[in-house]
Design a protein around this ligand. Structure first.
Ligand code: NAD
Length: 506
């Protein structure tokens, strides 16, 4: 079975323990590669490599960093197909989604930050003090040093590079950990970094579990900033360790996003987008709307049309271009989602469609990359697969109270609830009633109402008459238990730097 390796000091290395654990393909439920079971020793090695690389990398002109990162962009684009196939196999997502969203976005992340670093400017302030004192203050913005980047499984390469790209572009060196549930494309990226000529030690990737590798990164005294995306409980644990060490922290955490639909919306547009915003990537996107509030005059029509559309979604082989909903990422997560469907029933919910395990058979032969990009033709094989993995029917539930657990806790799967509402005040209160505040979606043609409600929603992001329309310059992040800090734009570059004010008396 193919072995994934750590990427430390510019080389592919085996973990200190010499141990590996299985990487499971969600569509089949079977192991198909091996993941290094790394630990603190590997994190120490990676941090040493990053420290060694830091003086030269931080002094490398942004134009040179730009050139190297743009070579990486070209290589990701060259390998779009094997990377998309690998992402789909590793995560269970439809390959069409990996091809159109995940991998292009990974390239876009590097492109965006390669250029952004050349546009980051520092402030200066001319000062006139008492007694005719005249001075000029200027701000130096210096890379923090070694940064730790830890990412989740739902958008593996997309979110991994969303952290690494600004860190490296800002002049930091990095110790990064992808999710142990979906490590393959991070592994492929390490090979591309070598091919692109990224200097050894600038990026180090340590594979393994959160408790062994993630926590060692967070606790390492020489890692000065932690950029984390994942669950709220993990974010709490990270903050507990990192805050007393005065590390810079960016935490992008869970969500339970409201989707608010007024009767005056563009109905067809709303319906098509709401199907997407509910079930894209099996509902495993932190921005998916999982609580759908519909203004009462539209409720029955919406319920009928939505259920009809959702029940016609094709749950299938991730490798089939016609598949809308692929496999849930892991057995553990599959069981968690099903337990929430059971919980919803005990809380009085009515399942309008879905609610069960979906049976899926392989409809197309699979082309499976075996984790190398040097010669993609030689490293692919055609096999026919039995799909005994983790498939759940897209599920719509009604009749639940706003404060029940199903409506309050993050499920992060293909499960949504629908509820009618009568007034703006009522729906704002219900939308804000959860501990999370990541994203909200609002459908109305009434411009004043759109502005009014947007300003009142407790949410880091509000989409009005759209969803997932991303502009990489915009601040991205959540409020309340959805996290602290913002990614995107210059915010992320600034996160990976420290400001120093220099005051020069004239
Ligand atoms: P998770 O918190 O279980 O794991 C995320 C990463 O943290 C993994 O790499 C994991 O190995 C690591 N980790 C686990 N324990 C750790 C510890 N003690 N110290 C350091 N690292 C540790 O999350 P997940 O299940 O991989 O991802 C799903 C969650 O991510 C959901 O809650 C989802 O909402 C959230 N998410 C948020 C955003 C966002 O932008 N806000 C985006 C995507 C996913």
């Amino acid at each position: 079975m193919h072995k994934i390796e750590n990427y430390i000091g510019g080389e592919m290395v085996t973990p200190a323990s010499g141990e590996y654990f299985d990487n499971i393909e969600p569509a089949t439920g079977e192991a198909y590669s091996l993941i290094p079971d790394s630990d603190g020793r590997d994190v120490n090695l990676a941090t040493d490599a990053a420290k060694l690389a830091f003086p030269a990398w931080s002094a490398t002109p942004p134009e040179e960093r730009f050139a190297i990162l743009m070579r990486l962009v070209s290589l990701i684009e060259r390998d779009l197909e094997p990377l998309a196939l690998a992402e789909s196999k590793d995560n269970g997502k439809p390959v069409s989604l990996a091809r159109s969203v995940d991998i292009p976005r990974a390239a876009a992340n590097f492109r965006f930050y390669a250029t952004a670093a050349m546009h980051l400017a520092n402030e200066s302030h001319e000062t006139f003090g008492i007694g005719g004192v005249h001075a000029i203050n200027y701000t130096l913005r210096q890379p923090v040093g070694v940064a730790g980047c830890i990412s989740p499984w739902n958008l593996p390469l997309y979110l991994f590079t969303w952290k690494i790209a600004p860190a490296i572009a800002a002049g930091c060196t990095v110790v990064a950990k992808p999710s142990e549930v979906t490590p393959m494309t991070a592994h492929l990226l390490s090979k591309l970094c070598i091919e692109a000529g990224l200097p050894p030690g600038v990026l180090n990737i340590v594979h393994g579990t959160g408790p062994k590798v993630g926590s060692a990164i967070v606790a390492h005294k020489d890692i000065k900033a932690i950029s984390f995306t994942g669950g709220t409980a993990t974010g709490e644990e990270i903050a507990r360790v990192a805050a007393p060490m005065f590390k810079k922290l960016s935490l992008e955490l869970g969500g339970k996003n409201p989707n608010i639909i007024f009767a005056d919306c563009n109905y067809d547009e709303m319906l098509a987008t709401t199907v997407r915003s509910s079930f894209s990537n099996q509902g495993e996107i932190c921005l998916c709307g999982s609580r759908i509030f519909v203004e009462r005059p539209h409720y029955d029509q919406f319920k009928r049309d939505f259920v009809e559309r959702v029940s016609s979604l094709k749950v299938g082989d991730p490798n089939d271009p016609a598949t809308d909903v692929g496999a849930i990422v892991s057995k553990q997560h599959f069981e968690k989602i099903l337990s929430y469907v059971d919980l919803a029933k005990t809380e009085g919910g009515r399942i309008l469609t879905g609610g069960s395990i979906a049976s899926v058979s392989s409809s197309v032969p699979s082309v499976v990359p075996t984790a190398t990009t040097e010669n993609t033709d030689a490293d692919t094989e055609i096999i026919v697969r039995k799909l005994n993995g983790y498939f759940i029917e897209p599920t719509v539930i009604e009749g639940l109270a706003h404060d029940c657990r199903t409506n309050q806790e993050e499920i992060f799967g293909p499960v949504v609830t629908i509820m009618p509402f009568d007034t703006e005040e009522e729906v704002i209160a219900h939308a804000n009633s959860v501990r999370y505040g990541l994203a909200a979606t609002l459908w109305t043609e009434n411009l004043s109402r759109a502005h009014r409600i947007s300003s009142k929603l407790e949410s880091g992001i509000v989409w009005v008459n759209c969803w997932m329309l991303r502009d990489l310059r915009t601040p991205f992040g959540g409020v309340k238990d959805s996290g602290i800090g913002r990614e995107g734009g210059f915010e992320a570059l600034k996160f990976f730097t420290e400001e120093k004010n220099v005051c020069v008396r004239m």
